[in-house]
Design a protein around this ligand. Structure first.
Ligand SMILES: Cc1ncc(COP(=O)(O)O)c(C=O)c1O
Length: 398
């Protein structure tokens, strides 16, 4: 399929739109789908199912509540190429996933600093937690810097990550798609091979990748992500995937634990030692939030139904259409040489992106900004005429 062919007909796009009628009844042109995804109309019925179980079943609701969490994990596993594998646990944030990993590494248990290789392009939450571990003497971070492209975009090179990994490295952290530029990191296999050679664990942050590009990775130890953006599931529904090989060997036991990670939680037996359950359950913690599974499963099912391949083709097509529409109004969007090397949003360089986005919002267009760029993330639900109107509004403010 050509990069710019939209696999959904206009009628299909209208039918998809109709499944978001409540959110789309707002007059705004929403181009921040890469930030907070739209709530599907079906969300309300799902939240009501959660509440109805509580009203009608009280503590007997737990069995079905746990099943909904299992459905969340299964939906997520399918979207990361691990269909049918019990390798995902629900978390409330990526930060929580990261801490669970940091607090499982053998070196950390002996209270020596963990050696971490991470890129400068990791999201603020990850960056901040790593710096706190470093400030507390619990981690030493080797930061991999980006290089500026001819178009002024800071880009990461897998080889620079590979070069930073040494036999001293305990953990390597990199995003699969960079949150501030949308760069799709290529060279994952080389990073995984070097990490393996050096006995380092490898964590991929897949937040901007899952649901955007097909994710089917060999060689990860951990992947993390969440439902806030492309998964249309709102805040609080995040996940950690652990390679089944690690679950099987049980070689990592995290301090971030609780009674839902215990062997036979509901037998209420107390052993002298902390006996963990098997598999992914061993990475659960205390009583989990349940409503977030009901909140997120509607979006996850919808993304699976629409298909990531088709959504990716749509995203490439409508981003191109959007950039052309903006350019026709004189807006100088960055035109990637190879759009396949970028995720689900397009960039406009701006020295005061945040201020500009405030003005833009006052003019009926929602976008956001990071590190010198305004990010415009359209979705399959946007209509072509919206790009023209948004282009006009942007041009009038520049
Ligand atoms: C790449 C990436 N990782 C993680 C997060 C969220 O981190 P947390 O769940 O810890 O708030 C985001 C949010 O925008 C992100 O873009």
């Amino acid at each position: 399929m050509s990069q710019t062919a939209n696999p959904f007909t206009v009628d299909e796009r209208e039918r998809i739109r109709s499944r978001f009628s409540r959110a789309l009844s707002r007059p705004e042109i929403y181009l921040a789908h890469h930030s907070l995804g739209l709530p599907p109309d079906e969300l309300l019925a799902s939240l009501t199912r959660f509440a109805d179980l509580w009203y009608t079943q009280m503590d007997l609701a737990w069995e079905e509540w746990i099943n909904e969490i299992k459905r969340f994990c299964a939906n997520t596993a399918a979207l990361i190429g691990m269909e049918g594998q019990d390798c995902v646990v629900m978390k409330t944030s990526c930060g929580q996933s990261l801490r669970a990993i940091l607090n499982s590494l053998p070196r950390n248990e002996s209270l020596r600093p963990i050696n971490i290789v991470a890129t400068r392009g990791e999201f603020d939450s990850i960056d901040f937690i790593l710096k706190m571990y470093q400030d507390k003497g619990r981690a030493q971070i080797t930061w991999v810097e980006p290089k500026l492209s001819d178009q002024g975009i800071p880009l990461f090179d897998a080889q620079a990550i590979v070069n930073a990994i040494t036999p001293e490295t305990d953990l390597v952290i990199t995003s699969l798609v960079m949150f501030n530029t949308g760069q799709v990191l290529s060279g994952w296999d080389e990073i995984a091979a070097k990490a393996k050679e050096c006995n380092a664990y490898l964590l991929g942050d897949a937040y901007h990748a899952v649901g955007v590009i097909p994710v089917d990775l060999a060689g990860f130890d951990f992947l993390m992500g969440g439902s806030y953006k492309y998964m249309l599931g709102g805040p609080g529904a995040c996940w950690l995937a652990i390679n089944p090989r690690l679950l099987e060997s049980g070689e990592l036991r995290t301090l971030d634990t609780g009674w839902f990670a215990k062997k036979d939680t509901f037998k209420y037996q107390r052993q002298e030692n902390a006996e963990l359950s098997d598999g992914n359950t061993a990475w659960m913690e205390s009583t989990p939030p349940v409503i977030t599974a009901y909140q997120a499963n509607v979006g996850l099912s919808l993304i699976r139904e629409l298909g990531v391949d088709r959504l990716r083709a749509t995203s490439l097509a409508i981003q191109k259409e959007m950039r052309e529409a903006f350019r026709s109004h004189g807006v100088q969007m960055i035109e990637p040489e190879n759009p396949e090397e970028f995720g689900a949003f397009s960039l406009l360089p701006h020295s005061d992106g945040l201020g500009f986005c405030d003005e833009l919002r006052a003019n009926g267009v929602a976008a956001d900004a990071r590190a010198g760029f305004v990010r415009f993330g359209p979705s399959v639900t946007n209509r072509s005429e919206e790009f023209d109107r948004a282009g006009q509004a942007i041009a009038s403010l520049l």
